[in-house]
Design a binder for this molecule. Structure first.
Ligand SMILES: [Zn+2]
Length: 305
């Protein structure tokens, strides 16, 4: 139920108000730095739209609510694609949108990572949301408002604030370690076996990445984070050779581009305001969107850090 979500009172009120209007179609753009929290809010809103007994709040126990939660509801489609929704997928949605006949139930399309989609996909998506069929709802999720202005202006915007350490029930240290990511923090709380204070040498980063690529566990992901933290804490004492070694370790570990981006992001966020070069680092981070040589990029990045 909305009341079980521990954060974002304003956003919840806003959504409850929207549901009162009983709109017949609509496009929403939810944005937040916390990708999982966005999905949680989108699914809650979807439940609100289709709950059998909705009254100021969805029930969470009817068949519609349960199926939306387990993502097996016939009228819910969640599109998540590495690199953002593709143009073929939008064409498919347009087709579904055109043949969908309205029987009083809402068809809901949750589209994740819209900030990543290419321009042509953006234009196709714009056409789709310009003429939604009765009963069709599009919930676009983005990490920010850096998307096509025409899509923004066609959407009802809602900011979802990242949850605070208090809301998530962890210390500031634990919160910062996971960069405030609610999904990781909840898993961390569930498992309770990760010692965040124990160190991991920056020299072991390659080994840690290989391990995580095999297991995919948060425990091993945390080890990668620790190695990055160690690099940041000791960087003053490292010479050029040490830094090259660090980058070599990362490059030879088999990390894909997504993981490299995450490593960069983790380093920038961890060092944050303490860096004299923050502006420059953020500028460099933007460069990762273009098809540059990653090894050269990492060498420059970790020298500047
Ligand atoms: Zn329900």
């Amino acid at each position: 139920m909305f009341k079980d979500l521990v954060s974002n009172e304003k956003a919840k009120k806003f959504l409850q108000n929207e549901l009162k209007f009983r709109r017949e179609a609509g496009t929403y753009l939810f944005y937040s730095v916390d990708r999982e929290l966005l999905k949680k809010f989108a699914k809650s809103f979807a439940k609100g739209l289709n709950c059998s007994t909705y009254e100021d709040d969805f029930c969470g126990v009817c068949e519609n609510c349960i199926r939306i939660e387990s993502e097996t509801h016939g009228d819910l489609e969640i599109i998540e694609e590495n690199g953002g929704i593709k143009i073929d997928q939008i064409r498919e949605l347009s087709y579904k949108n055109s043949i969908n006949s309205y029987e009083g139930k809402s068809k809901i399309y949750i589209i994740r990572d819209v900030e990543k989609m290419r321009k042509e996909s953006g234009n196709a998506l714009l056409k789709l949301i310009e003429e939604p069929n009765k009963g069709n709802f599009f919930i676009l999720l983005s990490n920010g408002l850096n998307i096509l202005p025409t899509i923004k202006s066609r959407s009802i915007l809602l900011n979802i604030q990242a949850e605070t350490p208090e809301e998530l029930g962890v210390s500031k240290f634990e919160y910062d370690f996971f960069l405030g990511d609610s999904k990781n923090i909840e898993e961390y709380k569930r498992t309770e076996i990760i010692d965040l204070k124990a160190g991991a040498s920056y020299q072991e980063i390659g080994k840690k990445i290989k391990l995580w690529l095999n297991t995919g566990t948060l425990l091993d992901k945390a080890e990668i984070y620790k190695s990055i933290r160690d690099f940041i804490n000791t960087k003053e004492y490292l010479n050029t050779v040490d830094k090259i070694y660090f980058v070599e370790e990362i490059m030879q570990s088999g990390a894909d581009r997504e993981l490299l981006k995450e490593i960069i992001n983790y380093a920038v966020s961890t060092i944050g305001k303490n860096s004299k070069n923050l502006e420059k680092l953020l500028e460099l981070k933007k460069m990762m969107r273009s098809p540059i040589n990653m090894k050269n990029f990492l060498l420059i990045f970790f020298s500047e850090l």
